[in-house]
Ligand binder design. Structure first.
Ligand SMILES: Cc1cc2nc3c(=O)[nH]c(=O)nc-3n(C[C@H](O)[C@H](O)[C@H](O)COP(=O)(O)OP(=O)(O)OC[C@H]3O[C@@H](n4cnc5c(N)ncnc54)[C@H](O)[C@@H]3O)c2cc1C
Length: 472
């Protein structure tokens, strides 16, 4: 295997200056890309990773989604241990927040019996990003931050095509990185799209009337933000005293006074069958404690009706950025003016980007569907041992199933591996189930291991015969 090299290496067929080469080139350093890069490097490959923001972690750091789940093994457990050792995890329980369990304002714990014990752990997104950055450095991954992947150069390869170079945009303009195996870590299948490989646009079957691409309504994405200086005990006392669990009385008063825009705090649309009773796209005060008393993460979701394709429609992406910042300001102003406990609160962070929940779904050599989960199918090329997950989409049914390696192999491209939210899954399986942080880390490790084996054996990832699940 080569060692990665960052040095002028001539020009690509299209004349783009080549600035480096590696065995494995990873695009995007979210949980999927990060774990893929680390695993491939630890298995001896040279690795270059390209990330458009200034740290790894994706939605979970740059996007402020700091939920700290219990370690599921491998790099995910290592991350949780490193975050904890650095004091970057805050754990709230009924001792700190006696009125949190079952509270209508809670993002994760609203369904608990009021007053019951709970444990909610969140990591500090910036501290976590710094640790992830250090882990890549320690392993010897060459990370390029602040550079956007914009294109690929490719060559025919038998009946397929292979990527020869990733084209990135840096402060010096367009530059190329040569690689043997490429990893899709963008979270929105951008490499797949630029490589001209097939995918389905975001926008699932909800509402049932969707028949054309133009009618498709992607599951709304969201921009997370952090508010500090909240005295939640005061809020809880108000909720009880006025019997106003969801702050509806305050919201109505603010609406009557013209103090909040109509897109904010709409009633849940459950009776219309749109995403059931879920919060997504039905803005409501939606928060989770982070980093000590008084500081909470809040979710600002794109209203469902806007039906934005933020991953592949530039105008939609611009609109989401503009409008969500406007809604954050409006929400913060409302809370400060009307909600007891928020009078001294302030916006302390806004995520660096709007997270896309339902972007492109690549079509791989196998497309994992909800029936694979329902029928608990087994596969000879299962990437992990059977896992049990709860499917929100299926009335919270629990299934124990396996995922085949072929879901990591996009059709038509021979040397690209998928990870994270860009696996070859149908949207109802990826949505709320198979796109969580732990699984995205695991998929990254699968891809990193597959890349390293392919390099060692001198074959392409598609020629690799996967027979042993990774032991997580
Ligand atoms: C609003 C929201 C809330 C969520 N809530 C939860 C939750 O509570 N719990 C949970 O477990 N999961 C949650 N998820 C899901 C989870 O965050 C994602 O599915 C997961 O982060 C996907 O990992 P990924 O590595 O595929 O992509 P991402 O985390 O999206 O990371 C992709 C990375 O690639 C980079 N990138 C993208 N394009 C380029 C480019 N062109 N050039 C260079 N770099 C690029 C991005 O900057 C980013 O760092 C949420 C997702 C969203 C959007």
């Amino acid at each position: 295997m080569n060692s990665s090299s960052i040095q002028p290496l001539g020009r690509t067929a299209r004349g783009v200056p080549v600035i480096g080469e590696a065995d494995v080139v990873v695009i995007g350093a979210g949980p999927g890309g990060f774990a893929a890069a680390l695993r491939a490097r630890r298995e001896g490959c040279s690795v270059i990773i390209v990330e458009k923001f200034d740290m790894p972690g994706g939605v979970h750091t740059s996007g402020l989604q700091g939920a700290a789940n219990t370690g599921v093994g491998g790099i995910h457990t290592e991350l949780m241990e490193r975050f904890a050792a650095a004091g970057a995890i805050y754990t709230a329980t009924e001792k700190e927040l006696p009125d949190w369990a079952g509270n209508a304002l809670s993002h994760y714990d609203y369904y608990l019996e009021p007053g019951s014990p709970f444990r909610r752990a969140s990591f500090n997104p910036d501290a976590a990003g710094n640790i992830m950055l250090r882990m890549l450095d320690e392993a010897g991954v060459h990370a390029i931050y602040g550079a956007a992947f914009v294109d690929v150069e490719m060559q025919p390869d038998g009946g397929q095509r292979r990527i020869t170079h990733a084209i990135i945009e840096t402060v010096q303009g367009r530059q190329a990185i040569r690689g043997r195996v490429f990893v899709e870590g963008s979270g929105t299948a951008e490499v797949v799209a630029r490589a001209g490989a097939p995918y389905v646009r975001g926008g699932g079957r909800q509402p049932e009337t969707v028949t054309t691409d133009a009618q498709a309504r992607p599951i709304p994405g969201g921009l997370l933000w952090i508010m500090s200086g909240i005295d939640f005990a005061q809020t809880a006392a108000y909720q009880k005293r006025e019997n106003d669990p969801a702050l509806s009385k305050l919201i109505n008063a603010a609406r009557a006074a013209g103090d909040i825009p109509p897109e904010l705090y709409r009633p849940r649309l459950a009776d219309q069958g749109v995403y059931g009773d879920h919060y997504i796209g039905h803005p409501t005060v939606d928060m989770s404690p982070i980093q000590g008393p008084g500081t909470f993460i809040l979710w600002q979701n794109v209203p469902y009706e806007w039906a934005l394709h933020m991953d592949d429609d530039a105008e939609h992406a611009f609109r989401a950025k503009r409008e969500l910042r406007r809604l954050i300001d409006a929400e913060a102003a409302f809370l400060r003016k009307y909600a007891p406990g928020f009078q001294d609160a302030f916006i302390s962070h806004v995520g660096r980007y709007v997270g896309v929940r339902d972007g492109r779904h690549p079509i791989g050599e196998y497309v994992f569907s909800i029936d694979d989960a329902r029928e608990e199918r087994r596969f000879p090329d299962a990437v992990t041992r059977p896992m049990t997950k709860t499917f929100f989409w299926d009335q919270y049914a629990k299934y124990t199933f396996e995922v085949p390696y072929r879901c990591f192999l996009p059709k038509e491209v021979d040397n690209l591996l998928l990870t994270g939210a860009s696996l070859s899954f149908t949207f109802e399986t990826i949505f709320m189930v198979m796109r969580n942080f732990p699984w995205c880390c695991q998929t990254g490790e699968v891809a990193g291991h597959a890349a390293a084996r392919a390099i060692r054996e001198g074959i392409s990832p598609k020629q690799l015969r996967w027979t042993e699940p990774l032991p997580f």
